[in-house]
Design a protein around this ligand. Structure first.
Ligand code: DP6
Length: 366
């Protein structure tokens, strides 16, 4: 497994709750006009996060496990704006508005409260992944924002603390703090707020030599009809299949961790595919149903099935959108990409390997 490293972390564990360092306002990375710049990559869950037990703290009902990708990074700069009356947020060169802006401002409020620094901020973020299409843009987005905001506001956090912080923006972002494979612990239910918050974070997962690739087939890059946040809430509230899936997902995690440890890509893939299909089954049974999978998704799934019949270890997973990610061996990724490209009928196909964790860029860097 590649080394997990992040620039703003302190080396001492265990981590505690965020604590402020003195904020001088000028002459440091926290100074107005300078700020902090961070880069983070998306992750794709092989054991899915689907369902919260606490909406405010973003605490999940089950553990999840993912691979961080080496493509589609998000780069985010946060600068403090002393005297400004509100946060200014620019996403991909355009001012953020609506729900996207509200979530970022709420996240910055948490950082301000934790750092005890009242200043508003200017946030500029560039995503290289199509947003809102089930391609984990919120994971890389909030992981980069967490690292950049912690840097700009002078919060000194370990990687574990950054994972907890990123979680508050978007659950899946907790895993993008780490490179390679990461597990996000749900934590134990029934605890007080502080203990519950502390108990839910991601950490790296030991993996034997797997040489994995994820072939990403973008069958539709448009925004989705219903956000993953709303869809998972509806699923938990109304789907009779939710609890059975959550129970089986716990077993899936145990099996997946063991398979990763012995480098058994076939079992990792089989578990990932059934876990994802099970998650989509819970949504299809929600009232009203949530359906992210499209005819094009099923065509790609057929191609993945054919690859397996031809002796290629290839396994599909889908998130809150119609796009398909195919787990396979790196040396077979070109062949998988070719089959998937034919099936995806004009859709873009990308090959990703395990990517790095989120990190702060050198001062002023882009
Ligand atoms: C299907 O992390 O986007 O991609 O916590 O509400 O922001 P919020 O949800 P989000 O959900 C991701 C769901 C998923 C599965 C996964 O990544 O584990």
């Amino acid at each position: 497994m590649s080394e997990q490293r992040i620039a703003v972390v302190r080396t001492q564990e265990p981590d505690t709750t965020p604590h402020p360092t003195p904020h001088t306002g000028t002459g440091t990375d926290a100074g107005a006009g300078t700020g902090a710049v961070a880069v983070a990559h998306p992750n794709i869950a092989l054991i899915k996060y689907w369902g919260k037990r606490d909406e405010h703290l973003v605490l999940p009902r089950t553990d999840s496990l993912s691979m961080t990708l080496d493509i589609f990074p998000t780069t985010t700069r946060v600068r403090l704006a002393p005297g400004a009356g509100r946060d200014a947020v620019v996403l991909g060169g355009r001012p953020a508005e609506g729900e996207a802006l509200r979530r970022i401002v709420t996240f910055l409020d948490l950082v301000r409260q934790t750092a005890r620094v009242p200043h508003r901020a200017v946030v500029e973020s560039e995503n290289t992944v199509p947003t809102g299409a089930g391609l984990a843009s919120s994971a890389s987005g909030f992981a980069a924002l967490a690292v950049a905001a912690a840097g700009a506001y002078g919060l000194s956090l370990t990687a574990t603390g950054l994972s907890r912080l990123a979680r508050r923006g978007s659950g899946s972002a907790s895993r993008s703090i780490f490179g390679g494979f990461a597990v996000w612990h749900a934590g134990r239910p029934g605890q007080d707020t502080k203990a519950a918050d502390l108990g839910s974070y991601a950490e790296p997962v030991p993996v034997a030599d797997l040489d994995p690739a994820l072939v990403v087939a973008v069958v539709d890059a448009g925004p989705k009809d219903i956000s993953s946040r709303a869809a998972m809430r509806r699923t938990v509230d109304t789907s009779p299949l939710y609890e059975p899936w959550a129970a089986s997902s716990r077993d899936d995690l145990t099996g997946m961790r063991a398979a990763l440890l012995r480098g058994d890509l076939q079992v990792v893939g089989e578990i990932a595919e059934r876990n994802a299909l099970g998650m989509h089954a819970t949504m299809l049974a929600a009232r009203p149903a949530v359906r992210y999978l499209s005819p094009a998704t099923l065509t790609v799934l057929d191609a993945v099935g054919q690859l397996r019949r031809d002796g290629v270890a290839a396994y599909a997973t889908m998130d809150a959108g119609p796009n398909v990610k195919v787990l396979c061996r790196r040396r077979e990724a070109d062949r998988v990409a070719q089959s998937v490209r034919e099936a995806a009928a004009g859709g873009a196909v990308h090959i990703a390997g395990p990517g790095p964790g989120a990190r702060l860029l050198p001062k002023g860097g882009r």
